[in-house]
Design a protein around this ligand. Structure first.
Ligand SMILES: Cc1cc2nc3c(=O)[nH]c(=O)nc-3n(C[C@H](O)[C@H](O)[C@H](O)COP(=O)(O)O)c2cc1C
Length: 181
């Protein structure tokens, strides 16, 4: 099986998650290609696609949205999963769970119209203090927010293994087991 993992990343943390997902899937599935969405010239040869983007201002990066618009219709009928990388785990504890859920819901309602997803995962990436202006940085810290590498690799692995298991099933039983986004 040939699987495409296509990502859009501004500062690299989403790219590293995509590469990790692709390597892990490859152990069980064989050929898994990991490319930035801008490198993809065709999706014709792929039996399944996993696509992910960093979140900026509550939305996927423009090249990732363009990827969905361009290839979404062609991918209909093929298994497609999405993952979004933000900084929810850096939010003050009080808002963390609710903030993550709201953002995930917002992303699903606003940007995945072009493609029928088998599932959508939200992961935290890397959020550096230098990404905020000094006053906002201070405010964020006072409110209980935290910076750093917030990636939960165990959660990434668990999601990857769930997808891999679905794709490894014989075709007749590989219907949607994960909740559609
Ligand atoms: C300009 C900017 C806007 C961001 N907006 C959001 C946001 O709306 N929601 C969120 O959860 N994270 C947001 N983040 C955090 C990034 O999504 C996070 O740092 C992620 O790991 C970036 O991925 P990358 O390293 O692949 O670029 C923002 C980061 C930047 C630099």
């Amino acid at each position: 099986m040939t699987v495409l993992v296509a990502y859009a990343s501004a500062l690299g943390s989403t790219r590293e998650i995509a590469q990790h997902v692709a390597s892990r899937m490859a152990v069980a599935l064989g050929e898994v290609e990991c490319r930035s969405v801008e490198e993809v010239e065709s999706v014709a040869g792929y039996e399944a696609v996993v696509t992910g983007s960093a979140i900026h201002n509550q939305a996927w990066l423009p090249p990732a949205l363009a990827f969905l618009t361009q290839y979404g219709p062609e991918l209909a009928g093929r298994p497609v999963w999405a993952f979004s990388v933000g900084m929810s785990d850096g939010l003050p504890k009080l808002f963390r769970e609710r903030g993550a859920a709201l953002q995930q819901q917002r992303l699903e309602e606003t940007q995945f119209q072009e493609v029928q997803l088998r599932g959508h995962a939200a992961f935290s990436g890397v959020y550096q203090a230098t990404q905020l202006s000094a006053p906002l940085r201070a405010l964020f810290r006072i409110a209980g927010g935290r910076f750093g590498d917030l990636r939960d690799w165990a959660a990434v692995d668990a999601w990857t293994d769930q997808i891999t298991a679905e794709l490894a099933k014989p075709a007749s039983s590989a219907s949607s087991d994960t909740d559609p986004a």
